[in-house]
Design a protein around this ligand. Structure first.
Ligand code: KG4
Ligand code: ZN
Length: 335
């Protein structure tokens, strides 16, 4: 085994994207992602459908990742896979496949936590944050502020009490009749509108978040205006989207500012699918100028769920000798 120069195959299947990637000596050689567009038809992820599609996709995705990387099975030093948090059926598909590969090749298995991997996606490309830094992880399933002291030492210092930020985008979109996932579409429409509707910003203690009140506020606002004009949404869609995005971004921006002051940290990372949002990016760049922060965003392909982030997390676990037995089970929640 090349102890300091590991070549690792990583697999991610925690939600609705089947992904595999290869990392060698800390450099990502491939990051293949097969998305499952079918969930748009149902307005959200159907877990049973997701796990069946993972099963259909996984062999091809892994094969493609190895081919794109130009790596053969005998060159691999370890197999890594997300063990949680995520959907039980989806996780089980990737994990069984990964364990099977590790067993048949006689190489170590590395269990990776999905949330920690989102944080470590900042170490794939340059520039990289310096420790300690604060990471705002915002996705369809999670909203967390993490105090990151090293590759291994991470503390969740704030999190959502109800919906995640991505979920707030998606549920708001559903009220407006937009297809799932609505986040990218709201982002696009918001660019043509003005944030002129004052949706409330919840006052939540310390570093925690809440987004469920926003959903209710939008629902009532739309219901009241549709009574007067059935075409209200159509006529005002861009402004409504701009206002929703403005509110979600403001909730996130206030909490990360509070955390930066509280811990006196000026290194700020943003990870997860919502890190792709242009309004959030602009707001954080504004704050970085005002407060003298260094703000870091991973490349888009490493923001949404992907095996590249599992691979980089596995790379550091490998260097520290943090391997797992093949008896490890998937888990739905936990950091
Ligand atoms: O990290 P991710 O791919 O999967 C989870 O782990 O959940 O995040 C998906 C979420 C969805 O809620 C989607 O609407 C949101 O990220 N998203 C966005 C944007 N791109 C993806 N939300 C707002 N603006 C975007 N540009
Ligand atoms: Zn994720």
């Amino acid at each position: 085994m090349a102890a300091q120069q590991p070549c690792i195959l990583a697999i991610e299947s925690s939600c609705d994207d089947t992904s595999a990637g290869v990392i060698r000596v800390g450099k990502i050689l491939s990051n293949v992602i097969a998305s499952q567009a079918i969930h748009a038809k149902y307005g959200g992820i159907v877990p049973e459908v997701a796990s069946r599609l993972h099963q259909e996709n996984i062999t091809l995705v892994v094969d493609d990742a190895l081919k794109k990387a130009g790596i053969s099975l005998k060159e691999l030093d370890a197999i890594a896979c997300t063990t949680g948090p995520g959907l039980m059926g989806s996780l089980t598909v990737g994990l069984s496949f990964a364990k099977g590969m590790a067993l048949s090749l006689g190489i170590p298995f590395i269990a990776v936590n999905h949330m920690r991997a989102h944080v470590l996606s900042h170490f794939i490309d340059d520039p990289k944050p310096a420790f300690p830094f604060l990471c705002l992880t915002v996705s369809g399933g999670h909203t967390q502020i993490v105090l990151v002291k090293s590759f291994d030492e991470m503390e969740v210092v704030g999190q959502t009490l109800d919906d995640a930020a991505g979920e707030a985008f998606d549920k708001s979109g559903k009220i407006l009749g937009l297809p799932y996932p609505a986040g990218p579409l709201i982002d696009k429409l918001a660019k043509e509108g003005t944030p002129n509707i004052p949706f409330p910003i919840p006052q939540i203690d310390k570093l925690d978040f809440s987004f469920s009140g926003l959903k209710t506020a939008i629902l009532y606002y739309i219901r009241d205006h549709q009574k007067e004009d059935p075409d209200f949404i159509k006529k005002n869609l861009a402004d409504i989207c701009a206002s929703i995005q403005h509110t979600i971004v403001e909730i996130l921006a206030r909490k990360i500012s509070f955390a930066a002051d509280m811990y006196d940290i000026r290194e700020i990372g943003i990870a997860g699918g919502v890190a792709a949002n242009s309004g959030l990016r602009n707001r954080l760049l504004e704050l970085s100028k005002k407060n003298d922060w260094n703000v870091y965003f991973p490349a888009m392909q490493y923001c949404t769920d992907n095996a590249g982030m599992i691979a980089i997390a596995a790379h550091y676990q490998f260097l520290e000798g943090r391997f797992s037995g093949l008896d490890i089970a998937p888990y739905v929640r936990g950091n």
